[in-house]
Design a binder for this molecule. Structure first.
Ligand code: TRP
Ligand code: SF4
Length: 400
C-alpha cells in the first residue's frame, strides 16, 4: 500500500557465525541493493526467553551490529536500529494485544515447541506467549510488506497478517465509508477512476485476483493521494473499511543452511560454530578436527560424502570441479579427509578476510557503530511515529 519496504530482525545472540551469514545476512545484503530496508536487534524478544540474562543483552547487540556492518550492511541503504530504542513498538504491541485472541497465540507451533525444547527455561510468562504480538508490532509499525525470515518464523508472520486484518476490520470502519470512498475514487481523475472501478468490480464480482493486484498497482503508482483517501481506496477494493495496517508477506528466499561442525544445526550454544570473526588458525583447527563419515576410520576406508558433515560445506564453498574431486576421492579412498578439508578451510578464510578487516575499523572506533545505530534509531522512530499517529487516530485515542 506504500512503497516497498523490507523489515527484518534478529534476537541478539552476540557474535554472528557463518550460518547467520549464509542463512540470512547475504540475503539482507541483496535486498538492500533493491529496496528500502530496516534491520534491527530484537532485544525485547531476547527477554521473552532469557529475562534472567538481561545484563549481557547490550554487549550482544553491539557485537551483532559490528558483524552486520562487517559483512557489508550499508547504513546509507539500510536503517539499523535497536527495538527497545523505538518505544513505539511497545505501544503498538500493547494495542494489538487487546485484539489478539489468546487461542491464536497458544496455537502458534513455536509456542509449544519451544516450551518442550527449552526445558531449562521458564517460559510460562505473558511475555513469551505474546512473542508473536510483539513481532507483529515490529513489522506493522513500519507498514513493511516484505519480511525475510526463516521457515521457523512463518507462523509468526501469519499471526501478523491476521492481526492486521482484524485491526483494519475493527478500527478501519468509519461512518459514511462508502460515500467517502466514492469521493476518493473521483479524486483519481476520470481515467484512473474508471479503471479503478472496473478492476474493483472484476475482483468483487468474479473474484479476479489479478484485477485486485492491478488495482493495488494503480494506487501505488498514484502519488498525490491524501493518506486517509489512500487507506480508503485500498480498503474499498476488498471490503468496507480502511486499511491502516497492511498485511506483510514472508520472504522465503532460498538460502544455504550451513551445518555445524558436528553436522547438527550451527549454534554458538552447541559449541559447533565457526564465527565470522574467527582467526584463521582457529578456523583451520576446527575444520581439521571436525567429524567425517564414521565409516572412514582409516585412510584406506572408502567413504560416502552423504554421511559426512564436511560435504555440505563443499556444496556451499566449492566449485563443481572440486565437488566432483571430493565425491570421486572419497568414494574410492583416493584422497584423505585432510586433503578434502583443505579447500573448505581456504575458502572460509578467504571469505572472512574482508569481513575481519571491516570489523576492525569498528572495533578500533566504537563511536562509529554508536553513531550509525543512533541515526538508525532516530529514523526508525520517525517512521514508527507516523504509523502510530494513524493508529491512535483510528482507535479514537487522539487527544490533540
Ligand atoms: N523472531 C525473529 C527470530 O527469532 C526475530 C524477530 C523479531 C523478527 N521481530 C521480528 C524478524 C520482526 C522479522 C520481523 O528470528
Ligand atoms: Fe568427508 Fe571428505 Fe573425508 Fe569423504 S573425504 S569422509 S567427504 S571429509
Amino acid at each position: 500500500m506504500f512503497a516497498d519496504r523490507v523489515l527484518s530482525g534478529m534476537r541478539p545472540t552476540g557474535r554472528m557465525h557463518i550460518g547467520h551469514y549464509h542463512g540470512a545476512l547475504k540475503n539482507w545484503l541483496r535486498l538492500q541493493e533493491e529496496y528500502e530496508c530496516l534491520y534491527f536487534a530484537a532485544d525485547w524478544h531476547a527477554l521473552t526467553t532469557h529475562y534472567d540474562a538481561s545484563e549481557s543483552i547490550a554487549d550482544s547487540v553491539w557485537e551483532m551490529m559490528i558483524d552486520w556492518l562487517a559483512v557489508g550492511i550499508n547504513p546509507s541503504r539500510a536503517t539499523l536500529f535497536i527495538q527497545s530504542r523505538v518505544p513505539e513498538h511497545a505501544e503498538l504491541a500493547l494495542l494489538l494485544g487487546m485484539i489478539a485472541p489468546v487461542g491464536w497465540l497458544e496455537r502458534v507451533p513455536t509456542y509449544k515447541d519451544q516450551q518442550q525444547k527449552l526445558v531449562d527455561r521458564d517460559l510460562s510468562n505473558f511475555g513469551f506467549l505474546g512473542y508473536p504480538v510483539m513481532m507483529s508490532a515490529d513489522i506493522l509499525i513500519y507498514r513493511a510488506n516484505m519480511v525475510p525470515v526463516g521457515e521457523d518464523q512463518v507462523s509468526h508472520i501469519e499471526v501478523t497478517r491476521e492481526l492486521a486484518r482484524r485491526f483494519n476490520h475493527i478500527y478501519g470502519r468509519e461512518p459514511g465509508f462508502e460515500e467517502k470512498a466514492n469521493v476518493a475514487v473521483k479524486k483519481l481523475g476520470s481515467k484512473k477512476a474508471r479503471r479503478y472501478a472496473e478492476l474493483r468490480t472484476a475482483f468483487q464480482e468474479k473474484g479476479d485476483a489479478a484485477a485486485l493486484e492491478a488495482a493495488k498497482e494503480l494506487l501505488n503508482e498514484t502519488q498525490n493521494l491524501a493518506l486517509g483517501d489512500r487507506e480508503r481506496l485500498f480498503g474499498f477494493l476488498e471490503g468496507a473499511h480502511r486499511v491502516i495496517l497492511p498485511e506483510p508477506q514472508p520472504l522465503l528466499t532460498a538460502t544455504s543452511k550451513v551445518p555445524g561442525l558436528d553436522g547438527q544445526k550451527m549454534s554458538k550454544s552447541y559449541g559447533n560454530a565457526i564465527m565470522l570473526r574467527e582467526d584463521p588458525a582457529s578456523v583451520t583447527r576446527k575444520i581439521r578436527t571436525m567429524q567425517t563419515d564414521p565409516a572412514r576410520a582409516r585412510r584406506t576406508d572408502k567413504g560416502d560424502p552423504g554421511r559426512c558433515p564436511v560435504w555440505p560445506l563443499h556444496q556451499i564453498y566449492s566449485e563443481p570441479a572440486t565437488c566432483d574431486w571430493v565425491v570421486k576421492g572419497c568414494t574410492t579412498a583416493g584422497i584423505g579427509c585432510l586433503d578434502c578439508k583443505q579447500p573448505v578451510i581456504d575458502a572460509i578464510i578467504a571469505e572472512q578476510e574482508p569481513i575481519r578487516e571491516r570489523a576492525q575499523r569498528y572495533l578500533d572506533d566504537p563511536t562509529l557503530v554508536r553513531n550509525i545505530v543512533a541515526d538508525g534509531c532516530g529514523r526508525a522512530r520517525e517512521l514508527a511515529e507516523e504509523t502510530m499517529r494513524d493508529v491512535r487516530e483510528a482507535m479514537g485515542l487522539d487527544y490533540s
